[in-house]
Design a binder for this molecule. Structure first.
Ligand code: GUN
Length: 292
């Protein structure tokens, strides 16, 4: 079994991004600029946005975090997004999800100019991704593809099973793995809460992407010998034993599954760190106008 080391790969790619950001500053007299909007006080979202901001600073990007209380109206939020769309000093805009119930995430997603949609959630980017055209690819699937690429894993012809069909991970992941590219060219099964015989489906997989949001959901009896395991889960449990006050668990029972796997991502230290890389690369590409 080989560990797919998110720390190692992300640090290496971050060095390249930092070099390109410095070149961008020299030629343009400003840094690539990401704006992240955070509504409310969801614990996970606070941590993710703080990490995104910190990583931007580490690679020499400008980053702005705009915060609102959870009683902000949808209209006020949209008005702010439209302002940022028009602002030439802003390259990328993300609105951290989930949003409070009274705000429709679809309306918010479509309000962001697709040329600044560095989360890759806008339908224009989604459609262009499906057609293999230049676009912003959602950060987590993008990070996973970069990880597979870094380790030179040839995925052509593999049977990939994606567990979970979210807009953020499972659904775009299934599109990317099926595309005519390396990594890619997989035969993909996209499974979800209504899938019958889920265990049998997962057992057929050469490559498993677990993105269901349930601690230790994928167990050793569901995994074929030699399968590649990508664990997207970030399940938090309160713990008095760690400095942060919580402990993270993946969607995969790492301890028992790892002995059957050919490659596996740890949690923490796997996909989570690569997600940041996807976002940074999209922001740099937006600043350099490489996509649109
Ligand atoms: N919530 C969970 N993951 C993400 C992400 O990648 N982007 C945004 N905007 N919200 C999220």
């Amino acid at each position: 079994m080989q560990l797919l080391d998110g720390k190692l790969v992300s640090e290496k790619i971050k060095q390249d991004i930092a070099r390109e950001a410095a070149e961008f500053l020299t030629s343009n007299g400003r840094k690539p600029h990401l704006v992240a909007i955070l509504v409310g006080h969801d614990g996970g979202s606070e941590t993710y946005v703080a990490s995104k901001m910190r990583n931007c600073q580490q690679v020499g990007f400008e980053s702005t975090n705009i915060r609102y209380e959870d009683d902000i109206t949808q209209e006020e939020l949209i008005k702010k997004i439209k302002e940022l769309n028009q602002d030439d000093a802003v390259d990328g805009i993300i609105v951290q999800l989930p949003l409070p119930k009274h705000i429709d995430p679809e309306v918010v997603t479509e309000a962001i100019d697709h040329r600044k949609d560095v989360d890759g959630f806008h339908p224009v980017n989604l459609g262009r991704m499906q057609r293999n055209l230049p676009c912003f690819i959602p950060a987590t699937p993008y990070g996973i593809m970069l990880m597979l690429d870094h380790y030179g894993i040839q995925t052509a012809g593999m049977h990939a099973v994606v567990v979970g069909r979210s807009n953020i991970v499972g659904s775009p992941m299934s599109i990317l793995l099926a595309r005519n590219a390396q990594p890619g060219n997989c035969t993909v099964t996209l499974t979800h809460s209504r899938t019958k015989n889920l265990k049998e489906e997962i057992l057929r997989a050469d490559l498993i992407v677990a993105a269901i949001g349930k601690k230790n959901f994928v167990t050793a009896d569901m995994v074929k010998e030699g399968a590649i395991i990508i664990d997207v889960g970030i399940n938090r449990e309160i713990s008095t034993l760690t400095k942060s006050g919580y402990k993270l668990f993946g969607d995969v029972d790492f301890e028992r599954v790892s002995s059957k796997a050919s490659y596996i991502t740890p949690v923490p230290g796997g996909v989570g760190l690569m997600t940041i890389i996807g976002l940074l690369k999209n922001t740099l590409a937006a600043a350099k106008k490489e996509v649109y």
